[in-house]
Ligand binder design. Structure first.
Ligand code: SDX
Length: 392
């Protein structure tokens, strides 16, 4: 058989590691980072505080958080030559492809971040990544919009500065809207970690070969890009737009989602672990109403989403399979109201997930996990003799 007798496709029933970072209970819809409930953290903490908690295991004191942010700001410069790499992309390039490429390119400009055997080297690589990644995110958007590649303002908070780098116009200063800042801060917290999901498992297995942190994160970005994973938040908006174009005919899309012959799935629904409401979806749905009304945005897409959710929650096909809205179902509606283009939605997911990926990678290396190398059940040809090309 070539090694094992049974396999577990998609690792549906396989535990890959022990971890002390995030706790999920799929039956009850519970999510905790380092023991703190996602509801508390989304309400009471800010994103950089949660990043510190995930990576170092404890909520920081004010002094610890101030030093962490100062160290990140000190490393938030991206080598000007990286702009030449960005220049090589067509404007039509998907920002996730740009982001994974530039994250990998950062290695060439930060060679010391590859071998992080000492705590000091590890810390340096972490603050470099947390400082430079938001710049790459902003540059990916500005490249798409044909705008100058800019920096923000060191006097602003971490999330405020990200928004300024993304949206600052060359001609005028960027007006920070507290509703937008708070909404993005909350969304990034809600995306910050989710135990051994596809992209985190990717970051861990790439890091298990002792590839560097930046290389492992670049691989995680590629895994997140898929529409079955983080790419779903873009696919949800495209689906809701299609339904709107179709006259709001949700029944037709529900039927497609249930038709085994049709590869279409109801994007933003279902989850490998949650067989109940995704607690993040509950918080985001509430935030969507608040943000849109604060911004005075009327978006018919939100009403279509709510209609679709109601239908699915009453449909036996979905109820039997315990398919509920997940984190990606409502998030895009808020991103859009904030002026973020749909191609950037999954980039915003990556921005939120970065501290989780870092924390999981750091834990994997600290626990000296062995290189990931599963086996298989061989189903190919039995032994056969070589045939010279003249006889084929
Ligand atoms: C994320 O893992 C994580 O934690 C991920 C994430 C994170 O924070 O990292 O939470 C982020 O990726 C959320 C999920 C975003 N993806 C989508 O919204 C895409 C649509 N969802 C599906 O593709 C699916 O639900 C998955 C990928 C999320 C989960 O797939 P599973 O666990 O492999 O489940 P499955 O494909 O075996 O489905 C079980 C049944 C099947 O029907 P039967 O064969 O039993 O008859 O449910 C059906 C599926 O056909 N099904 C769906 C469906 N999802 C599952 N049918 C219609 N629409 C859907 N969305």
């Amino acid at each position: 058989t070539g090694g094992v007798t049974t396999i577990d496709p998609g690792y549906k029933n396989t535990g890959s590691c022990e971890s002390a970072i995030t706790f999920l209970n799929g039956e009850e819809g519970i999510l905790r980072y380092r023991g703190y409930s996602i509801e508390d953290l989304a309400e009471k903490a800010d994103f950089l505080e949660v990043a510190y908690l995930l990576i170092f295991g404890e909520l920081p004191t004010k002094e610890q958080l101030d030093k962490f942010y100062a160290d990140i700001k000190a490393e938030s410069h991206v080598d000007e030559d990286v702009k030449k790499i960005l220049d090589g992309f067509p404007k039509s390039a998907h920002p996730m492809g740009v982001l994974s490429s530039l994250t990998s390119a950062l290695i060439a400009f930060n060679p010391s971040s590859v071998n992080v055997d000492s705590d000091e080297d590890m810390y340096k690589a972490i603050v470099k990544l947390l400082g430079k990644f938001p710049v790459l995110v902003a540059w990916a958007l500005r490249k798409k919009n044909g705008q100058p590649l800019d920096y923000g303002d060191d006097n602003l908070g971490y999330v405020e500065n990200i928004l300024k780098m993304m949206f600052k116009k060359a001609s005028s200063d960027y007006e920070l809207n507290p509703t937008v800042v708070n909404a993005l801060d909350k969304l990034l917290i809600l995306h910050a970690d989710h135990e051994q999901n596809c992209s985190t498992s990717t970051v861990r297995i790439v890091g298990s070969s002792h590839a560097g942190l930046f290389a492992s994160i670049s691989a995680g970005i590629s895994a997140l890009w898929g529409p079955l994973h983080g790419g779903a938040n873009q696919a949800v908006l495209e689906m809701l737009e299609a339904i709107k174009e179709d006259g709001g005919d949700t029944k037709k899309y529900m039927a497609k989602a249930k038709d085994k012959e049709d590869p279409f799935r109801l994007m933003g629904f279902g989850h490998r672990v949650y067989k109940n409401f995704d607690p993040r979806a509950r918080i985001i749905k509430k935030a969507a109403d608040e943000v849109l009304s604060d911004l005075g945005v009327e978006d018919p897409i939100l009403e279509i989403a709510k209609g679709l959710e109601k239908e699915a929650l009453e449909d036996p096909y979905f109820v039997d399979r315990k398919l509920y809205p997940n984190v990606d179902f409502y998030s895009g509606i808020i991103y859009r109201a904030m002026g973020i283009p749909v191609e950037m939605f999954t980039v915003m997911f990556a921005l939120g997930r970065l501290p989780g990926w870092i924390a999981q990678w750091k834990e994997m290396r600290a626990r000296k996990e062995p290189i990931g190398r599963p086996r298989q059940v061989y189903i190919g040809e039995t032994k056969r003799d070589f045939v010279d090309i003249s006889n084929r």
